[in-house]
Every structure is written in C-alpha cells, then in structure tokens.
Design a protein around this ligand. Sequence first.
Ligand code: ZN
Ligand code: ZN
Length: 322
Amino acid sequence: MRKRSVVLSTRGCCPWLVVQPRLLSRVSAPGCSAWGRRLVLLLPAQSAIGGRSPASHQPDTTSSPGARGGTCKLWVVPLRHHVLLCELHAHTAFSDGDLSLRETVDVYGLAGFDVLCITDHCVRADDPWLETASRPNHVQAANFDRYLQAVEREADRARARFDMLVVPGLELTYWHHDPRFAAHAVAVGLRSFVGVEEGVEKALVDARAAGAALIAAHPYRLEDAQRNERGTARFAVEWPSLHRLVDRFELANRHELFPWVARAKLPYVASGDFHRPEHLNTWKTLVPCAKSEAALVSYLRSPTPVHITRLAAEGPLGQMAA
Ligand SMILES: [Zn+2]
Ligand SMILES: [Zn+2]
C-alpha cells in the first residue's frame, strides 16, 4: 500500500484534524506545543488529502484500529504554528465570576490551556443589571489600572508556572430590559479602558481603535433571548449592520449553539464564558498561531478560520468530543 503524505496549511482550512487522546502516548512530534502534539490526522489508509509528498516532509505514522473498523494511519502533521487551546471569554471576581483572578488562572493552567483571556464586565452607570445582580462588581475607569496590573502579574506567573498566555480584555456589556437592545462583546487584548456609556457601537469603535479583537458574545436570536436570562439579541437582530464592528461571533457559548451565525457565514469562535468551574469543560477555540498576545489578537481580527471543539468532563486535560 503506497504511503501518502499530507500538506496542510494552518492558515487555511484543515477540517480533518482528529484528536485521539488515548493514542497520544504512541505518537510524538518534536517541536510541537502540548496541544500541538495532540493533533494528529486520522486517515483511512487508502485515502489521502492533497497527495503531494515533498521530500522534506516525513510524517511519523503508526497503525491503529480504524475509527469505523478499517485500518487507519495516524499521521502526525508538523504544524507551522502551534495550535493554541484558548479560553477567549472568562470572568473573575473583578466582575461576576465566582473565583478570584488567581484561582481562575490556576484552573486553566492546571487544565493544560495555552491561552486564557480575562474579559470581566464593564457596564454603564445606569445599567439595569446593577440593580438586580447579587454581586454587581464590574470594571470601570476608576479601577481599570488595578485590574490590568493584576492581570499582568498573573500573566507573568502563568507563563512561568504553566507556560500559559494570559491576555487582558473586557466584556463590553450593555444590558437592556428589551433584549433587542441588549448586546455584549468581548474585547480580547484591550489594554486601555473603554466604557459603554455612549452605547455599544461607540465602545466597539473605540476598542477596535485601541487594538483589541472583538467578539459578539452569546448572540441569541430574539425568540431565544426572550426566554433566557442572558437576553442579548441585538447582534442577531442587527447583524447586517453590526457585523462590521466586530471580528467574530460566538458560534458556541458554554453548551449553547447559535446556528444562525453559521447560516450567515460569519467568522466564528467558541468560548466557555467562564464564571465558575463547571464552565471549564465547554466549547473552546483552537487557534493556529504563535503563543503571543500580538499574534492571537491579529489572528482573531483576521477572517482566517479557527477550530472549535467541546471539552468533555473526564480526564486531567479533558477529552475532545467526537
Ligand atoms: Zn455576556
Ligand atoms: Zn461573559
């Protein structure tokens, strides 16, 4: 049987990456990150993608029982960039998260994540959420420097202890009693305060100018928002105009999916919207870029596809869902 090698561009579409944690001990790929090592391509022996065999490319292969009963080859693909397991949306006690910033970092560091974006809420002064929340903490102009410094301190600790990148940000949070006017957007890599007093559009323009990558958060359709405590429908209602103000939309948030994002062919990510430990093993984004804030933000601001996956509860690293 003739061997085939596979050429994948990590900046293009590589939809056949399959993670098989139980086989990880049998494969290795020098130079890959922890999660990069876990990315293997599972192909039926007779099939191939591309079919080109550059002399410099010598994939490691090992036989394995096929996923559907046939013989398969595991091809370890030497990725040009590490693929980073990312939480792009997480809250701490700086807003309404249950855990302190340090505890949150430890949860993700011990779980083997490559990237954690801290995106605590900032809200407007007359936001109705402030009247109803049991713990209405939020980031504002007055405490933003302290927040940013705390995130930077934790970023240093996380890099040393876990080799994890911690990125500062905010969730630009605009609640409204009428879900048609409520919208939240995560600003990843935001290092200066941006408020929402003058509305979401102005906040998005300011955050983009400040260099952040912008993600429309839990974009419920109106009929779903009216049944949900996170009743944010504005992005779904007004996406033909608002999509230009953000870089991506959450296709998945925790265990909720937003299929209209796929139907509208909008750029997407998935996040856990972490507020407490049970939100760890939820939908996440895998980003094929260098492990730096600049590379991550640049990638998210581009239209280049990412990979999304759902972590299962079992196992020290979680396991990829089939
Ligand atoms: Zn939100
Ligand atoms: Zn959130």
